[in-house]
Design a protein around this ligand. Structure first.
Ligand code: SAM
Ligand code: GLN
Length: 272
């Protein structure tokens, strides 16, 4: 089983996660029980799940129907991006920067392109001073996000619309804007398991992958309070371009790119 996964460039780790999640055991208990015979009904469930992964290349999170983000269990489907570990770091930076700039103040936060609701839900749960709004253009993604907010008992207001338009139309103003927009250049190679299972609308960001940052940064002044912070996840290869955009639209602000845990340039933070 493991060998077949390796041969196909699939991840052995995925099989481990599947088996652990499906048996609802932690790693230590599972390995302690390795010599115990698995009941037949359980074996059928394992076989089915492993078959979906190995032979149909379905993401583990779709087989299970859920994923974890910042310690919260989130439903995922092929209508939303499966939340990525880098994005958990973005959530940490939002809270860290909030502490530095706003120190205990009640603030209005918006997550643009919320997908599964991952960023918005984690922020609403983690910081009681945040009042969180989240948007997406995809009605189907918002359905998933709303369900996730309910499942996690998170207070988030969801608004459907194109980028900042619905927020401008409602004359809403925010202290914190966070976004992990689609940022893969349209023609860039994307692994089959991503391309075949996650919505293109969540992945591609125009010819250079920067379209959504440009739209957001160009219009952000219309929805931000005078003192505000903006935080973005971006492609590891776009540090220079991201800083240029920040300086173009917010010439007086402090802008910085931070690396993710893999040492790749990944987050732009602007403090106005
Ligand atoms: N925030 C989630 C996360 O970090 O896991 C999802 C990020 S996914 C890369 C980008 C999201 O932006 C998708 O849910 C997609 O539907 C949404 N999106 C794409 N185009 C949009 C637009 N014009 N206006 C608002 N949202 C958009
Ligand atoms: N990190 C995602 C991927 O590589 C892309 C996320 C995004 O476009 N925001 O599939």
């Amino acid at each position: 089983m493991g060998k077949k996964a390796l041969e196909q460039n699939l991840e052995q780790e995925a099989i481990k996660i599947l088996v652990l999640e499906l048996s609802q055991m932690d790693g230590a208990t599972f390995f302690a029980k390795l010599n115990t015979e698995i009941p037949n009904e359980q074996m059928i469930i394992f076989d089915h799940a492993i078959n979906l992964y190995l032979n149909f290349h379905m993401p583990v999170q779709h087989i299970l129907g859920y994923s974890y983000f910042y310690g919260y269990k989130l439903k995922v489907s092929n209508k939303v991006l499966i939340p990525r570990p880098e994005t958990e770091e973005l959530v940490s930076y939002v809270m860290q920067t909030y502490d530095e700039v706003f120190d205990q103040k009640n603030v209005d936060v918006v997550d643009i392109g919320t997908g599964s609701g991952a960023i918005a839900i984690a922020l609403a749960k983690e910081e009681k001073h945040f009042k969180v709004v989240a948007t997406d253009i995809s009605e189907e993604a918002l359905e998933v996000a709303k369900e996730n907010a309910l499942l996690n008992d998170a207070q988030v207001e969801f608004i459907q619309g194109d980028m900042l338009e619905p927020l401008i139309a409602r004359n809403l103003k925010f202290d914190i804007l966070v976004s992990n927009p689609p940022y893969i250049p349209n023609e860039e190679y994307v692994e089959d398991i991503v391309k075949n299972n996650e919505p293109s609308i969540a992945l591609f960001g125009g010819s250079d992958g920067l379209d959504f940052y440009d739209i957001i940064l160009r219009n952000a002044h219309k929805i931000l309070k005078e003192k505000a912070i903006l935080l973005f996840e971006h492609s590891y290869s776009k540090k220079k371009e991201m800083l240029e955009l920040a300086h173009k639209y917010f010439p007086k602000a402090k802008a910085e790119v931070i690396k993710d845990l893999n040492g790749k340039d990944r987050f732009l933070i602007i403090i106005c």
